[in-house]
Ligand binder design. Structure first.
Ligand code: ADP
Ligand code: ZN
Ligand code: ZN
Length: 817
């Protein structure tokens, strides 16, 4: 009997690949284990076993696997089913999901090793200097890696010297798979075994009287150890005894001390559990009861609670209940909201049972979390993480919390799989028969819509904890202020007055200016008007090179007007202003104040974001200027004023979600004001003080916002009533791209009933020498999403059979946001 395995390879090819195995290997293997397999001419890939069977492939001769890399499955069956759902739903390959799901350390790659060819006789005098150096090194060690050769010849480019050595038959090359992951080992010391008896010890100390430093070390070891058996690390001993490494080293050499290693988890917290779970107030209790009732019906549940209403404490209560049942808990957050503030708050309750999974952690740290989840370790019972933590090997998941569920950053943009973590989490919960809670002060229109229709369960908290009042919101008509000359730069006098007062009271201030983003829009400097597309209800974007305004959904475009269509003013602007400008102005206006800035530019480094937050928390800064980064669940005690510099740039963002997002962002950033007893103040500057969204923000009227948005989404066929797939085409040749997208959209229009928009250029239509064009497909709720996707895939197949189009990249973004 012959044996075969079907595997996933981490490459964007649709099919599975079959390799042959021996019957022993077939016995040993099970789905979810990794094997190294040859691929193409010389490449070796890490593959994941999906099935083991007896059917040879009929189109090709199955190659043998290279080696088995795991003793137990690294990935379980539920994960594989989850991957399949993701690949299917988001129109990508299993290989792409695998590449995203596994920490890269698990995806071994081949590496070239350089070996000496013993059968060649070498005349050293004939070698050039660099050739000799490599040859000599190979006398001392059997293999060299490329980077080692590079160090030896002190040159980056080592190919010439390797080529010459190859030609002379002095070396040969070998591909080897290597494991990137190395557990961190920490060095510990203990007393050598000859000195474990009291008498031996006395004699030892006596013998060391003339070596005071050494005897100090031995005594320190005893003091550190006390009565416990806990291991003492060399670093601790060094510190405590004030002795150098060499003193300790000589004790080790004499056999008085013994060194040993312990494998360490890098992701470790010193944190102890030192807080009891808080007892909830009546509103929190009511919400908790509603959540539990809905969980009993196995429903996805939405918790809508105003900022500072104590949602986090409700999560904490739920988490501790699932902990008691011995279940795993996953707490999902947008990357940026994953702050030390929140982590240490949860650690206070749950101590070492928390693991954090964060893209800023290095590969090794992520592997450790993975392994801890895999073996069901206690320290990974609760995982707090950003979207990729969905892929950890849970096998006993009881509860998923998706905090800030409205956040757009839960959707992965690039590369594939372009999944929405909230939606993928719902599927994951389903597979585990676990409960899932979505939480937000400003739920997404989608989730609230599902709650309204009874598809999701629902709970709410409408008061801030401790009866703290919602902040007092004031709209400032910037157009009016300009007319009356009551402005300085981008600041209205009203805002300046409030800043002055807060500074006078020693309170802190947040100034919010959204980044202009990548899409320049045209704005009237007199009345704030921005031209819209009449088909799509979306702001038009400015395309400089054609001097046009274009809708980047449909193909509508118009020449750049020379005056405002609303007020006739010729002062039109496409630039807007950013955080940097606000920072400069405010520093000039308030030279005494300490001003900080938080945006993408100032938070690049690993800890930069935390540093800014901490210095604001510690009140080393009076004023913090920032982008929407500031809106994410931060709890600052001393902030009394939030100033929104320009609400219009949010409202005019060229996206059908602009209004929903404006509501969410402004509500969230306002929520940073007055989180203690004193009522906070929010000033929103705008050219459109009568805009309905701004009114809804100031009155906290989510309900009306929702109703109006749903109405518009229905009119213009947007989610949640319709679904959207964005298809992006990429090619280096402008004409080929145009032909390809015309062909594709034509085929879609012929074969498919929904709405097809475009092809149209995105606001940035050329990236790294590749032109981009999009087609937007809107699918009615009454149509089957699955069928539509199949149709699109079929069209793509025909498309790819046209030789001109073969090199055009086609990228799907399902539920594009
Ligand atoms: P949210 O997550 O809704 O923004 P938080 O959970 O951060 O709100 O709560 C706001 C503040 O109120 C926090 O400082 C929190 O510690 C406090 N708080 C919330 N619930 C309670 C409670 N039941 N007992 C004591 N303090 C609470
Ligand atoms: Zn105007
Ligand atoms: Zn349009």
């Amino acid at each position: 009997m012959e044996y075969f395995v079907n595997v996933i390879l981490p490459i964007p090819l649709e099919r599975q690949f079959t390799y042959s195995v021996t019957s022993d290997e077939a016995d040993f293997l099970s789905p979810g284990m990794r094997v190294a397999v040859p691929f193409g001419k010389s490449k070796i890939y890490t593959a994941l076993v999906l099935t083991i069977h007896n059917f040879p492939p009929n189109a090709y001769e199955a190659k043998e696997i290279d080696q088995i890399l795991d003793e137990v499955p690294l990935v379980n069956q539920l994960q594989l089913r989850h991957w399949e759902w993701i690949a299917n739903y988001y129109m990508c390959t299993l290989g792409e999901v695998m590449r995203s799901a596994l920490p890269s350390a698990f995806l071994l790659e081949s590496e070239t090793l350089i070996l000496r060819n013993d059968s060649t006789h070498v005349d050293e005098s004939q070698l050039k200097d660099d050739e000799f150096l490599v040859f000599e090194a190979l006398q001392h060690q059997s293999t060299l890696k490329v980077h080692e050769v590079s160090a030896i010849v002190e040159r980056k480019n080592v190919l010439p010297v390797l080529n010459r050595l190859l030609e002379k038959n002095i070396i040969y090359l070998k591909e080897e798979v290597y494991e990137q992951y190395k557990p961190k080992l920490v060095k510990y010391v203990k007393l050598g075994k000859d000195y474990l008896f009291d008498t031996a010890l006395e004699a030892l100390l006596e013998s060391l009287t003339r070596a005071p430093k050494q005897s100090q070390v031995v005594l320190s070891l005893f003091q550190l150890q006390g009565n416990s058996k806990k291991p003492i690390s060399i670093t601790d001993l060094e510190k405590y005894s004030n002795a150098s490494k060499s003193v300790i080293g000589s004790l080790v050499d004499k056999g008085i001390l013994e060194e040993y290693h312990i494998r360490m988890d890098r992701v470790r917290f010193e944190g102890e559990e030192n807080s009891e779970v808080k007892s909830l107030n009546e509103y929190q209790l009511q919400a908790l009861a509603n959540i539990k009732r809905s969980f009993e019906e196995d429903k996805v549940t939405l918790l809508k609670g105003v900022t500072s209403s104590g949602k986090t404490e409700v999560y904490v209560q739920l988490i501790s209940e699932y902990l008691e049942k011995g279940k795993q808990i996953l707490y999902l957050l947008p990357e940026i909201a994953l702050t030390t503030q929140l982590i240490s708050r949860l650690q206070d309750y749950f101590g070492e049972r928390i693991s954090v999974f964060h893209s800023k952690y290095n590969i090794q740290e992520r592997v450790e979390v993975w392994n801890n989840v895999l073996i069901g370790a206690q320290k990974a019972q609760i995982v707090i993480g950003a979207r990729s933590s969905l892929f950890l090997p849970f096998d006993n998941l009881g509860l998923i919390i998706v905090d800030e569920e409205h956040e757009g950053s839960f959707k992965q943009f690039d590369p594939a799989p372009r999944y929405h973590a909230r939606d993928a989490a719902i599927v994951l919960a389903n597979l585990h028969k676990a409960n899932i809670l979505l939480g937000s002060a400003t739920p997404s229109i989608e989730s609230y819509y599902n709650a309204k229709r009874g598809k999701y369960g629902y709970a709410e908290i409408n008061r801030r904890f401790g009866n703290v009042l919602m902040p007092d919101m004031e709209l400032v008509d910037f157009k009016e202020a300009l007319r009356k000359k009551r402005v300085k730069g981008h600041f209205s006098e009203r805002l300046l007055e409030e800043i002055e007062e807060s500074l006078g009271n020693g309170e802190q201030i947040i100034l919010f200016q959204n980044r202009r983003g990548f899409a320049p829009v045209l704005e009237c400097l007199t009345c704030g008007h921005t031209p819209q597309c009449s088909n799509c209800d979306v702001t038009l974007t400015y395309h400089q090179y054609k001097n046009q305004l274009r809708c980047h959904y449909c193909s509508y475009h118009t020449a750049l007007p020379d005056s405002c269509a609303a007020c006739g003013s010729p002062e039109l602007d496409t630039k807007g202003f950013g955080t940097e400008q606000v920072e400069e102005e405010v520093k000039k206006l308030f030279p005494e104040a300490k001003v900080g800035r938080m945006d993408l530019d100032t938070t690049r480094g690993k800890h930069a974001y935390e540093k800014i937050i901490t210095s604001f928390e510690q009140q080393e800064l009076d004023i913090l200027v920032g982008t929407q980064m500031l809106t994410k669940g931060l709890d600052f005690r001393n902030v009394s004023l939030v100033g929104v510099m320009n609400a219009d740039s949010l409202l005019n963002f060229p996206d059908f979600r602009a209004h929903e997002r404006t509501f969410q962002m402004l509500t969230q950033v306002s929520g940073r004001a007055g989180r203690t007893q004193k009522r906070g103040k929010v000033i929103i500057q705008t050219y459109n003080p009568y805009h309905q969204i701004l009114k809804q923000v100031t009155t906290g009227d989510y309900e009306t916002m929702f109703t109006e948005q749903i109405y518009e989404r229905e009119q213009y066929k947007y989610p949640p009533l319709n679904r959207i797939i964005k298809i992006t085409f990429k090619h280096k040749n402008y004409n080929t791209l145009n032909e390809a997208t015309e062909w594709f959209s034509g085929a879609l229009r012929t074969h498919f009933g929904g709405t097809v928009l475009g092809p149209e250029y995105p606001p940035i239509s050329r990236i790294r020498n590749q032109y981009l064009k999009n087609i937007l497909v809107k699918i009615d709720k009454s149509e089957s999403l699955g069928k539509t996707k199949k149709n699109i895939k079929r069209i793509e197949k025909t498309f790819k059979s046209v030789s001109l189009f073969r090199s055009v990249r086609v990228i799907y973004n399902v539920d594009y946001i």
